[in-house]
Design a binder for this molecule. Structure first.
Ligand code: VGL
Ligand code: ZN
Length: 200
């Protein structure tokens, strides 16, 4: 059994001052850094959108951020422009230890489809390749930290469980957007899926 630390979207735009700031997003950096040396493998995910990404409210006339629309693959929350490829907002938090990372996995780069999960895009079928990487390296036990608890962490954890990986979520090292009860819903969903929710 080998374990991987999956650090989800610890990027400037999700931290205070960023375009889609998650309250307290920067508070978890030190705790995440401290976990890195204890993992057999470290994966960083990076939300990585083209400037005209369809998840941006700016691409839909008359729509505002945090409103929901129907996309061909289902409901989609519209976000402020964030994590645009190559921008400072898409860069990792400056204090995050990125050098020890074995893999940096970018997602959300297809213009017409969002990708919350680190495993599958929001159509729930287009793979990111992470499953193959983890399996090829024999990494069976995954610990999740990062942003945001109720979106990218949540969907990554649910997919990990569907694929048969063991999943622990360090809830103390995640922070949530919490849109219309999404944090409670995500917490229930992750627990029901068999993830271990830990506070230390
Ligand atoms: C995320 C909304 C849009 C996340 C990414 O990392 O949770 N949320 N893009
Ligand atoms: Zn995004």
């Amino acid at each position: 059994m080998s374990n991987a630390l999956i650090v989800v979207d610890m990027q400037n735009d999700f931290c205070p001052g960023g375009a889609l700031a998650v309250a307290g997003g920067d508070e978890i950096v030190a705790g995440i850094n401290a976990l890195i040396d204890r993992a057999d493998a470290v994966v960083l995910t990076q939300d990585w959108h083209p400037a005209t990404h369809r998840s941006f409210a700016s691409q839909h006339a008359g729509m505002a951020p945090m409103e929901t629309i129907q996309m061909p693959y289902g409901a989609q929350v519209l976000w402020p422009d964030h994590c645009v490829q190559g921008t400072e907002g898409a860069a990792f938090h400056p204090d995050l230890r990125i050098d020890p990372a074995n893999l940096i996995l970018r997602k959300g780069f297809r213009p017409d489809i969002d990708s919350y999960s680190a495993f599958f895009e929001n159509d729930q079928t287009t793979p990111t390749g992470l499953e193959g990487y983890l399996r090829a390296r024999g990494l069976t036990d995954l610990t999740f930290v990062g942003l945001a608890t109720d979106f990218c962490v949540n969907y990554s954890v649910l997919d990990a469980r569907k694929l048969g990986f063991n999943a622990t979520v360090r809830m103390d090292l995640c922070r949530a957007i919490d849109l219309n009860g999404s944090l409670d819903a995500a917490t229930d969903a992750m627990r029901d899926a068999g993830a271990t929710l830990a506070l230390a």
